[in-house]
Design a protein around this ligand. Structure first.
Ligand code: FAD
Length: 481
């Protein structure tokens, strides 16, 4: 039963991964009276414009390789063309289905939903876009984040990751700006779908913050697959190619593609780009994967005393509570670890704390994660570089051609790496670059989270023949650091 002083026990703003989980557990398991406002589609970034549609595109993009490899195994399969419109139709249907599931989960838990934008009016009052106000004992802000374009004239000519899933046609050529996981994943996806991909990243190596050896192998594999990856390179100018009669002109393919590519500015067509090294090129499309900002603007947060960080992230304590005691925030809007399972855990911990009477801090330590490049990268714990700055370590590492693709005559390599404390023997980090590394790191993550030692890894019998058996058979360190 709701506290009689308020309309609801809990008002959640944002129907994404974190918000939906918190709302339905508070209502369904604790009997709280809960409302949720969502101004776009239920399921949020993960379901509608992130993890799910991206992973389905990853699957789509790998079939070209599978067909080629199957021929080496005696199958007479022939590569046909990829039909983007057909795939996009199925993708749209699947996302509609999933959105329906999310709506149903909320309804079945007794959560009242408002398909409207919401903002805070005071510490206990939410104002909806239709002008109505609702009061709640607790307010949970779970508004996520959004992609940002760089501060560059004509940047609106480029698309962002949200737009990829709605393209009328795939471009023949694309320039991807950025070196983070979203940039690299889309570079591999689009290359696999037959797009000519160029990628500019201003840093010295893509996937900043991950283990150097692992990201080095991903970069090399991306180049081998035909991605024209330029590090130490950025974009300095861009314009519609048709507005630059004196510059390089679109290739025939670029010119013919232009009509199908709608850019954010409303005008469409191939884009002329000048890079920091002075080069000028024309691409059918430019994708900015240059970062995401927390969605906290014009939410009334600062007005009621909630502190925001430099990029707009909501400042919270270990219980996801803001400086205003009735207001909590979880997920990407707090810019802690921006991953779906983390937003969900933060939502669960919030409910346990506020409705379960059991203060539960959120554990952000040793979170396994995957990058769905080709090959994938799975990682948990410290990189070699981070670990050696903290304590003396031993590095166990092997890189080899996996059986399946080697048989097909391909030069793909995989990497298995363990970072081990010399003093405690605990495995501090595990890094895998291999097909299905995301699946492998989920399992290895349990061992690393449990702080098992190298000797406990070694005491586990190998599963043969697999790639990951190397994780328990690396006897000698390749180096100490
Ligand atoms: P969101 O899921 O973004 O939900 C926030 C919701 O709030 C949105 O639906 C939004 O419309 C709504 N909203 C915003 N403001 C208001 C308002 N004022 N009123 C009402 N509603 C509002 N994570 C992984 O773990 N694995 C991956 O492989 C992965 N891949 C990704 C790929 C891409 C391209 C992107 C962009 C992200 C990816 N992520 C991945 C990150 C993951 O999607 C996010 O970490 C996760 O969705 C965050 O959940 P959230 O609940 O904080 O916010």
């Amino acid at each position: 039963m709701a506290d009689t002083d308020f309309d609801y026990d809990l008002f959640v703003i944002g129907g994404g991964s974190g918000g939906v989980r918190a709302a339905r557990v508070a209502a369904g398991e604790y009997g709280a009276k809960v409302a949720l406002a969502e101004d776009d589609r239920y399921g949020g970034t993960c379901v509608i414009r992130g993890c799910v549609p991206k992973k389905l595109m990853v699957f789509a993009s790998t079939y070209s390789d599978v067909v080629e490899e199957a021929r080496s195994y005696g199958w007479d399969h022939r590569q046909g063309p990829f039909d983007w419109q057909d795939f996009r139709g199925r993708l749209t249907q699947e996302l509609d289905r999933l959105e329906g599931v999310y709506r149903k989960l909320l309804a079945n838990s007794g959560v009242e939903t408002f398909d409207l934008r919401a903002r805070l009016k005071d510490a206990h009052t939410v104002e909806l876009a239709d002008g109505t106000t609702k009061t709640a004992k607790h307010i949970l802000v779970a508004t996520g984040g959004h992609p940002v374009r760089p501060d560059l004239p004509n940047a609106e000519l480029g698309i962002v990751s949200d737009d990829i899933f709605h393209l009328d046609q795939l471009p023949k050529s694309i320039l991807i700006i950025g070196g983070g996981y979203i940039a690299c994943e889309f570079a591999c996806i689009l290359r696999g779908l037959g797009v000519e991909v160029t990628q500019y990243y201003r840093g010295a190596q893509i996937l900043r913050g991950f283990d150097d050896e692992a990201r080095g192998l991903v970069a090399e594999s991306m180049r081998d697959s035909g991605i024209d990856l330029h590090t130490g390179t950025n974009i300095v100018e861009m314009a519609l190619a048709e507005d630059r009669k004196d510059g390089p002109q679109p290739t025939a393919s670029a010119a013919s593609m232009g009509a199908g590519v709608k850019q954010a500015a409303g005008r469409s067509g191939p884009v002329w780009v000048k890079s920091t090294n002075g080069g000028e090129k024309v691409f059918d499309m430019v994708l900015f994967a240059t970062g995401r900002d927390p969605s906290s603007k014009d939410m009334g947060l600062e007005e009621i005393g909630v502190t925001l960080g430099r990029r707009g992230e909501i400042k919270v304590d270990e219980y996801s509570q803001t400086g205003v005691p009735s207001v909590y925030a979880i997920g990407d809007v707090t810019d802690r670890v921006n991953l779906t399972p983390v937003a969900i855990r933060e939502g669960m911990a919030f409910v346990e704390t506020v409705f379960g009477g059991n203060p539960t801090p959120v554990d952000h330590d040793l979170i396994p994660s995957a990058i769905f490049t080709q090959p994938e990268m799975g990682t948990v714990g410290l990189s070699e570089e981070e670990a050696r700055d903290r304590e003396p370590v031993e590095i166990y590492c092997t890189s080899f051609k996996p059986m399946q693709s080697a048989f097909a005559g391909k030069s793909d390599r995989v990497l298995m790496k363990l970072v081990v404390s010399r003093e405690t023997r605990v495995v501090l980090g595990c890094h895998i670059v291999a097909p299905n590394a995301g699946e492998l790191i989920q399992m290895a993550g349990i061992a690393v989270k449990a702080k098992l030692t190298k000797e406990q890894f070694d005491a586990t019998c190998a599963v043969h023949p697999t790639m990951s058996e190397e994780l328990v058979t690396m006897r000698k360190p390749v180096r100490t650091a």
